[in-house]
Design a protein around this ligand. Structure first.
Ligand SMILES: [Zn+2]
Ligand SMILES: [Zn+2]
Length: 283
């Protein structure tokens, strides 16, 4: 498969969740979750992402973030109000300067903005949708994210009580419902193995996990450590952590062919994890 073919857009549905995107190590990475109306990373900002109002930007490497100014500029041209790209606080001052330079060069004002998101912070996008950030482990400050569906359910200690008792409790002004978060999709950003200690539990229970795995060949183990990327063997060594319905391996290197990547997954991951793991590769 040619490098150009590897950069083709992929559309898939995993655990009922549609995902579109491109992810090739060093070239371009973005994921659009069309039913959730947000994106993880922007890549070179394809047209499909211009109308997406919320972007969670993992880090400033240009294979993930080159399109930021273009996204702001295109939103202005199309008269789309607002637009928020949330990213690591350490990167925000430089992005703000860069966007101001582009505004000056274009003699316009962008409505879209870059905002800092602290590790551990949660952003509510809808009444029923929340995104949490955590610190990943890469060569530049990087965030990973977990998006969860928020549901209201009957307070646990009231389960089994008669409807009349629950009505009475509500009438007394007691809160009878509680919020539960159901992790839907998690994204690691670019990361080394530090992510396994830093990510919240929900990262490993999200229905779909978009997990960076740049390298799969034994000879690339040193390279992956040096550039703070994950290697398939590091995932295999922690196979018991993953309770996700589907683990999608992203950011795969062009140095290894799709056929060899698939073989490595089948051979190197324990069968119980290999059966739930798919490489983010074009057919
Ligand atoms: Zn990258
Ligand atoms: Zn990177």
């Amino acid at each position: 498969m040619s490098p150009e073919a590897r950069e083709r857009r992929i559309e898939a549905t995993w655990a009922g969740l549609p995902v579109r995107g491109v992810s090739v190590a060093g070239r371009e990475t973005w994921f659009h979750l069309p039913t959730l109306h947000f994106a993880f990373d922007l890549g070179r900002a394809p047209t499909a992402l211009v109308s997406v109002p919320n972007v969670f930007l993992s880090h400033a490497h240009l294979d993930h973030a080159a399109g930021l100014a273009y996204w702001c500029s295109q939103r202005r041209l199309l008269r789309l109000p607002g637009g928020t790209a949330r990213t690591h606080p350490a990167a925000v001052p430089a992005w703000t300067k860069l966007l101001a330079l582009h505004e000056a060069l274009e003699a316009v004002r962008y409505d879209a903005r870059v905002e800092a998101m602290e590790s551990g912070a949660r952003v509510s996008l809808r009444r029923d949708l929340e995104v949490e950030a955590f610190e990943a482990d890469h060569r530049v400050p990087t965030l990973g994210f977990v998006a969860s569906e928020i549901r209201n359910r009957l307070r646990e200690d009231l389960a089994g009580h008669l409807p009349g008792e629950i009505r009475d409790a509500a009438a007394r002004g007691e809160a009878v419902a509680e919020k539960v978060a159901i992790p839907l999709v998690a994204y690691s950003g670019d990361t080394g193995a530090g992510v396994f200690a830093r990510a919240p539990r929900s990262f490993f229970t999200a229905k779909v996990l978009l997990l960076e795995c740049s390298f799969v060949e034994e000879s690339d183990r040193e390279r992956s450590e040096k550039w703070r990327h994950l290697h398939l063997d590091e995932i295999a060594e922690r196979a018991d952590l993953f309770e996700n319905e589907v683990v999608v391996l992203t950011h795969l290197t062009l140095r290894t062919s799709p056929g060899d990547i698939r073989k490595a997954i089948a051979r190197r991951l324990p069968p119980r994890l290999a059966a739930r793991t798919v490489p983010f590769l074009p057919e």
